[in-house]
Write a protein that binds this ligand. Structure first.
Ligand code: BES
Ligand code: MN
Ligand code: MN
Length: 463
C-alpha cells in the first residue's frame, strides 16, 4: 500500500478519528479502584463496538477472573502471517486530582512546547487508550482501502495497570486461537517527535509491601517516646540502608544475574540524543541522581532500581498530634533488567529486609504483582519492519532504545506462546503518564495511525 493512501484516508477522517478517541477517554476505566468496575466494563463494551465497526470479526468480551479481554480477529488467508495486536483499555487512577489543570475524564486539547499542534489532555490519553486506538483506526484504513496484507488478532485487556494477573491464565486457556507470528504493541515511548525510536527492551518489576510493627498501640510520644522503637523512624532507616552512598542497592545477591552491557553496546546507547539540562529543567530539579558510574539513560534503561512508591504511618491529618505510632508501612518497587528474576529478587528483598530490622520491631513483607524483563532483538524481522515503517512515515531511521517501564505480559507472551513482541510506541516520556495532566500529542496520534499499516506492509513483505 502507498503511504499517500493512508495519509489521504486520515485527512478525510481526521475529526472523526479524534472524536472517537475523546469519547473513549471520557469513561473512567480505573482498574485499581473497585468503585469504577462499571466504567471499566463499559469501556470493554465500547472497545468491542469500535472493533466491530472497524470490520473485525468474532469480536467478543472474553471473561477472565478479573476484567475481561476484548478479543477479535480478521483472518484473510491461512498462508499469510498473523499479527496479534495487544493493548490495554484500563487506566491509572488520576490522583492527585487537584493537580490537574482540567478534569482527567473531560478531555481537552491544548498546545504545549513539545506538542505545538496540540495534545489531548486526559487520563489514558497516551497510556494506553490513545495508543491502543491507533491500531483500531489503522485497521479500519486497511479494511476500507482493501490493503490489509495479513491476518490480525486483537487482544485488548483491562488489567495492565494492576499487573495483568489474570491475563497469564487467559493466554494459556486461549492458546489455540492465539496462534500468530508477532505481538504488536504501542504502549511505550519514543525519544521526540522529530527523533523516532523503538524500545528493544523493557524492565521487569518486583513490587513489595512492608509493615513494621512496634508497640501494640499508638502511644503518647512524650510519655513513651525515647523508650520504645518508633516504627516510622525504624522503617526510614531500613529503607535508607537499601542503597549505599553510590546509590548502589545493598541487598546481597541483587546484582548477581544482571547482564552488564559491553563497552561497545554502551557506546551505541550513548549515541541516542539526550539533553540532561532539558531533563532537569522539565522536572525542576537542580541535579539528577542515580547509581554511580552510569549515565541517566543507562540508569533508566539497563540498570535495576529500588524505589519507595508510598509510605505512611502515624498521624498525617491537619495540625499536630503528638503520637508514637504503633505501625509503619511502605510500598517498595524494584525495576529489573534482563536476566534478573522477579521471584528471586522479591525473595532476596524479603530476606534482607528482615535481616536489617532491629529486635525492637516485627517485620511483615508481602508480595504484589511482578513481571519479568524482556529484550526485543533489534536484528529480528519484526524490528526491521518496524524500523522501515518509521523511516517511511518520519523520514528518519528510528534509534533503538531501552524502555524503563514494564509490561509484564510481554515476557509471558514469549513463555506461553513462544512469540516475540515489537514495541512500536509513539508517546513521549514527558507526556505525564501516571501523573496529573497526562496528554498525547495529536501529531503522535495521527503519525501512529499512519505508521502502523506501513509496519504490516513491511512485515508481510519481508516474509
Ligand atoms: N505503558 C506502561 C509501560 C511503559 C511506559 C513502558 C513507558 C515503557 C515506557 C504500562 O502501562 C505501565 O505503566 N506499566 C506498569 C507496570 C504494571 C505492572 C503496573 C509500570 O511500568 O509501572
Ligand atoms: Mn500502558
Ligand atoms: Mn501505565
Amino acid at each position: 500500500m502507498e503511504r499517500s493512501q493512508i495519509t489521504n484516508y486520515i485527512s478525510a477522517n481526521k475529526d472523526r478519528f479524534l472524536n472517537e478517541l475523546l469519547d473513549l477517554l471520557k469513561i473512567p476505566s480505573i482498574s485499581a479502584d473497585p468503585k469504577y468496575a462499571g466504567d471499566v466494563n463499559k469501556t470493554a463494551e465500547a472497545v468491542k463496538q469500535r472493533l466491530i465497526e472497524a470490520g473485525v470479526d468474532n469480536v467478543e468480551i472474553s471473561k477472565t477472573k478479573g476484567y475481561p479481554v476484548v478479543y477479535g480477529e480478521k483472518l484473510i488467508d491461512p498462508d499469510k502471517p498473523t499479527i496479534i495486536v495487544y493493548g490495554h483499555y484500563d487506566v491509572q487512577p488520576p490522583d492527585p486530582l487537584e493537580l490537574w489543570d482540567s478534569p482527567p475524564f473531560e478531555p481537552v486539547i491544548k498546545k504545549t512546547a513539545l506538542h505545538p499542534d496540540g495534545a489531548i489532555f486526559a487520563r489514558g490519553a497516551c497510556d494506553d487508550k490513545g495508543q491502543m486506538y491507533m491500531h483500531v483506526k489503522a485497521f479500519e484504513i486497511m479494511m476500507k482501502t482493501n490493503t490489509l496484507p495479513c491476518n490480525v488478532k486483537f487482544m485488548i485487556e483491562g488489567e495492565e495497570e494492576v499487573g495483568s494477573a489474570n491475563l497469564g491464565p487467559w493466554i494459556v486457556e486461549n492458546k489455540a486461537r492465539l496462534k500468530g507470528d508477532i505481538i504488536l504493541i504501542s504502549d511505550t515511548s519514543m525519544i521526540a517527535n522529530d527523533t523516532p525510536s523503538i524500545d528493544t527492551g523493557l524492565r521487569g518489576l518486583s513490587y513489595m509491601e512492608v509493615e513494621i510493627i512496634g508497640p501494640n498501640r499508638d502511644l503518647h510520644s512524650g510519655v513513651y517516646g525515647g523508650a520504645v522503637a518508633n516504627p516510622v523512624n525504624v522503617l526510614c532507616k531500613m529503607i535508607a540502608s537499601c542503597h549505599d552512598e553510590n546509590v548502589h542497592i545493598t541487598i546481597p545477591g541483587f546484582y548477581d544475574d544482571v547482564v552488564e552491557l559491553t563497552k561497545a553496546e554502551r557506546e551505541e546507547m550513548a549515541k541516542a540524543p539526550f539533553n540532561l539540562n532539558d531533563f532537569k529543567k522539565d522536572l525542576d530539579v537542580e541535579m539528577e541522581q542515580g547509581e554511580k558510574g552510569y549515565t541517566t539513560i543507562e540508569r533508566t534503561g539497563i540498570r535495576p532500581t529500588l524505589d519507595v512508591n508510598g509510605i505512611w504511618g502515624g498521624y498525617t491529618g491537619e495540625g499536630a498530634k503528638t503520637v508514637l505510632p504503633s505501625k509503619a508501612f511502605a510500598k517498595i518497587s524494584m525495576r529489573l533488567v534482563p536476566n534478573q528474576s522477579s521471584e528471586k529478587i522479591s525473595q532476596l528483598f524479603h530476606k534482607y529486609f528482615e535481616s536489617i530490622a532491629p529486635k525492637s520491631v516485627k517485620v511483615k513483607v508481602s508480595y504484589h504483582h511482578g513481571g519479568e524483563p524482556v529484550v526485543v532483538p533489534p536484528g529480528s524481522k519484526a524490528f526491521k519492519a518496524a524500523s522501515m515503517a518509521m523511516e517511511e512515515s518520519y523520514g528518519k531511521k528510528p534509534i533503538p532504545t531501552r524502555g524503563g517501564g514494564s509490561i509484564p505480559i510481554v515476557a509471558l507472551f514469549k513463555k506461553e506462546l513462544g512469540l516475540d513482541s515489537i514495541l512500536l510506541g509513539f508517546g513521549l516520556d514527558t507526556d505525564a503518564l501516571h501523573s496529573p495532566n497526562e496528554h498525547y500529542g495529536l501529531f503522535n496520534y495521527y503519525k501512529g495511525i499512519e505508521t502502523i499499516p506501513l509496519f504490516y506492509k513491511h512485515y508481510v513483505n519481508s516474509k
